[in-house]
Design a binder for this molecule. Sequence first.
Ligand code: MN
Length: 210
Amino acid sequence: MAALTSYQAKRRFNVTKEPRGKLGKRGHAFVIQKHAARRLHYDLRLQLDGVMKSWAVARGPSLVPGDKRLAVQVEDHPIAYNKFEGTIPEGEYGGGTVMVWDRGHWRPEGDPHRGLAKGQLSFHLAGKKLHGGWHLMRMRKRPGDKRNNWLLIKQRDDAARTTRDRDILMERPLSVKTGRTLEEIAQHKRKTKRKTTKRQKRKVKRAKRR
Ligand code: MN
């Protein structure tokens, strides 16, 4: 049964701007959030059963099928978290800057519940940056491991690259939500000047008439 008790217990919602969240609808959204916490990492989230199943990918996704990227499974997140971009205060859980690095939809190969239980989840991503097939493979738990460690691996297909190609993390470093860098998000900078809203335009018109 999906729940957000662990997510909510870790956070003080009077201090952080992260959403409290609630169980959401079924669907297959995915998001990857670039998170400059104590260590920079990329949080992969796949919507399943009204929550976002989440993994912290230490070095971020790689388009090279030979690269196995450690993906530590973390607590389920609310769907509302997909829109979160901003700064978590220092000293709070996950303190640091969060960027919406990629987003779109995912499609499991076969039954995703079975895949998660088995520790072998294969899926396709249709995002702004990431496409094609991927595997998440759970590693055997060693004594003392508190979390489940998985490996994120690109499948061999048209969206795959070789080690000679550019690294997608370097090639596309900006937010897909606002076009900002991590630094701009941390400084609460807007990438572009905010457009005048229709309401403001009407106000100006009215003022001119007077
Ligand atoms: Mn994180």
